[in-house]
Write a protein that binds this ligand. Structure first.
Ligand SMILES: Nc1ncnc2c1ncn2[C@@H]1O[C@H](COP(=O)(O)OP(=O)(O)OP(=O)(O)O)[C@@H](O)[C@H]1O
Length: 291
């Protein structure tokens, strides 16, 4: 089974984009073409493309359900949403908002939690599961700790959720906006935060470059320690790297990367860069083993 799935999601145009030209043409459920204002074409192919009419449940079924099912069997899983600000990362990960009651709009996170507990209940007489829940932000802010049944200890901050089930681990990462700092016009503290975020994203890019550009049979240095984000993702990516670089049949992890994009021409260059980032992951295919 391939253990890295890369998908793209093109959200519906929003009110700010009213009347804007679209920058993509559907081919099928895996391929589409992006075109710029000069009509230059860039073809992309992913494991699955979720177009504007896709449902939250569709994304869950394809991207997350297999990972949740395997997490209970102690196979580590990571789900990452990537893309520019406003591209739909949080909508996909969490849903339309905490006041939203429409179940159809529930994001990956609540669906993962529901299914995880369902799967554990279904296990019946298996040994007790210990679940550790933590939320981390790139800014490294810990704002609380709580205890809930099954001795779950939690540490909250901004952008990722991490479960430990038995000896499997599930990490959900809603990455910060990937656009260039100049485009945001940020100043002061916001600018400093944006720089930290960009540093983390660039560290992630470096890790992926190291992962995908190494010569087969040679293990090259993977700069996991360059940012908090890459340290968090190390468990998810390390077995991939060992397996990929050393050509071993190993790797106790599965990763899903969802590239979120605006469908409009005004965001063409950010969408192109997001999709190119995702395309680098394609083609890495490993066999999972139990922890
Ligand atoms: N697939 C979708 N269907 C309907 N609305 C969507 C969809 N994706 C995003 N939206 C809406 O678009 C807006 C921006 O989306 P969202 O907040 O998820 O962006 P983001 O990528 O997380 O941005 P940021 O990096 O700033 O957090 C929100 O109002 C959200 O509800």
């Amino acid at each position: 089974m391939a253990n890295i799935r890369v998908c793209a999601r093109l959200r519906p145009a929003n009110s700010k984009e009213d009347g804007e030209a679209l920058c993509f043409t559907r081919s099928d459920s895996q391929c589409f073409t992006l075109q710029d204002e000069k009509d230059e074409q860039y073809m992309f192919s992913f494991d699955k493309v979720f177009y504007e009419d896709s449902e939250q449940a569709d994304v869950y079924e394809f991207l997350a359900r297999p990972i949740v099912t395997d997490a209970v069997k102690a196979i580590n899983g990571t789900i990452i949403t990537y893309g520019q600000t406003g591209a739909g990362k949080t909508y996909t990960m969490e849903g339309a908002g905490i006041l939203e009651t429409d179940n159809h709009k529930k994001g990956l996170l609540p669906r993962v939690v529901d299914e995880l507990f369902e799967a554990i209940n279904f296990c019946g007489e298996t040994p007790a599961y210990k679940i550790k829940l933590s939320m981390n932000g790139i800014a490294n802010r810990a704002v609380g700790e709580t205890r809930i049944p099954l001795s779950i200890s939690s540490q909250f901050s901004l952008s990722s959720l991490n479960f430990v089930v038995s000896i499997g681990k599930l990490v959900l990462v809603d990455l910060a906006g990937s656009e260039k700092v100049e485009k945001t016009g940020a100043e002061g503290r916001v600018l400093e935060e944006a720089k930290t975020i960009n540093k983390s994203l660039s560290a992630l890019g470096n890790v992926i470059n190291a992962l995908t550009s190494g010569q087969q049979g040679k293990a090259n240095h993977i700069p996991f320690r360059d940012s908090k984000l890459t340290r968090i993702l190390q468990d998810a990516l390390v077995s991939t790297i060992v397996s990929f670089e050393l050509h071993l049949e190993g790797g106790s992890s599965q990763t899903a990367l969802l590239c979120c994009c605006s469908p409009c021409l005004c965001n063409f260059s950010e969408s192109l860069s997001t999709l190119r980032f995702g395309a680098r992951y394609n083609g890495i295919s490993l066999i999972c083993v139990l922890n």
